[in-house]
Ligand binder design. Sequence first.
Ligand code: MSP
Length: 473
Amino acid sequence: MKKFFITTPIYYVNDEPHIGHAYTTVAADVFARYYREKLGEKNVFFLTGTDEHGEKVAQAATKQKKSPKEYADEISEKFKSVWKLLNIKYDYFIRTTDPEHEKIVQQFLQKIYDNGYVYKGVYKGLYCVGCERFLSEDELVDGACPLHPNIKPIYKEEENYFLKLKELSEKALKEIQKGTYKILPQERKNEIVSKIKAGVNDVSISRFGIKWGIPLPWDKEHIVYVWIDALLNYYSATKIAPEKATFWPPDLQLLAKDILWFHALLWEALLIAAEEKLPETIFAHGFFTIDGQKMSKSLGNVISPKQLIDAYGVDGARYLLLTAFPFGNDGDVSLKKFTEKYNADLANGLGNLIARTAKLGERLDNNPYKRQEAGGMRHEDFNGVEKKIINYQPEEALKIIWNKIKDADKKFNEEKPWELENEKLEIVLKDSIKEIIEIAVNLKPFMPQTAEKIIEIFRAEKIESPSPLFPRK
Ligand code: MSP
């Protein structure tokens, strides 16, 4: 692999950023940081952004008595500032209201229209604004959308343009089965394969009678369906962001299982219809609940990234999100569990090890690691950490690092360096410091500020005790 293009979903601006959005984005940041070290800064393209068209956003803006654009400007800024707080180092932030994106979407659709994959028809059915899609009868639970039971589906009958998804799905299925379009985890791929095999209908790619969106180039009264507009961000960004054209196609697209179907089939079908190269891997992680319940405004259980950062620090928040449950699985989180884990792993674990070692390090006249290049300290694969990252298991990678921390702590307790003096103390400490720097180097993609701080402490001319990295809660 020479380059690495990674994407997150672009988040709807109908709502403020919450920890669900942060979960995917922090994970993407970890992968991007890891590959920057492997391949060089210039060879990584990390894309995120906001999804700003569609009825959902237009309705949210009306509620606030704002124009959709005004509203989108405001919320997309909020996403940007939250990513800054979480130390997310993305390379480009795309907004679907960017005029350049709008132009590229039109060109792309014109091409698939010219290629014969679009026709005009009539759609009749129930539409869920929460999902921004039509629902089939058999999907309804008590007459409502299973994901949005509080939003009544609307009956619509309108003239739409349709994509020949049925025809394209046969080609798409072949690519998925061959593994040229990888869908991970395997169980999710199996679900997608059976769903495609069960039969797929053509899908409408335009809306009539709405204003907030991109007009179809060949029939301007029709507006591009928001999901088509949104999916194409991954493509348009490579043409809009400076010097990123060569990054196409994406190497890794992260998202949660809620929107896998759109990415697994619709996205792939669009690219096939336009004769574009397909992404390498789509990884759908699980969905988490909070205290056993779906996170939702009406339940009042939404946790904001800012809340996490205020409670546990930036790297604390990143660590707790990533280790809450295995990346591909569903899970449950709670502030209580976060605090317990923070105290166990960060305050008593990593924080305590650094504090003890630095305290004794103060006794060393000569720091054996002063000014040493920390990069040179990375083992080829620190006990399998890299393998876990490459296999999309950030929580497992962190587990390996935490086992190292536990080992180092145990060694400390056994060797009791505080009872030693002079040369003997130096020998034991030298080993401990070496291990700590290795731990820090491996922590870099996950907890960048903490890693830097640790490296700085132990590479200084004279080691000095820092203030606690993770104060107890
Ligand atoms: N705008 C669409 C995506 C278009 S991408 C071409 C959208 N936006 S969203 O704001 O609803 O974000 C959904 C994504 O946010 C999920 O796929 C996931 O990445 C993240 N999550 C939101 N809530 C989450 C959980 N409770 N758990 C895990 N991930 C969560 O869909």
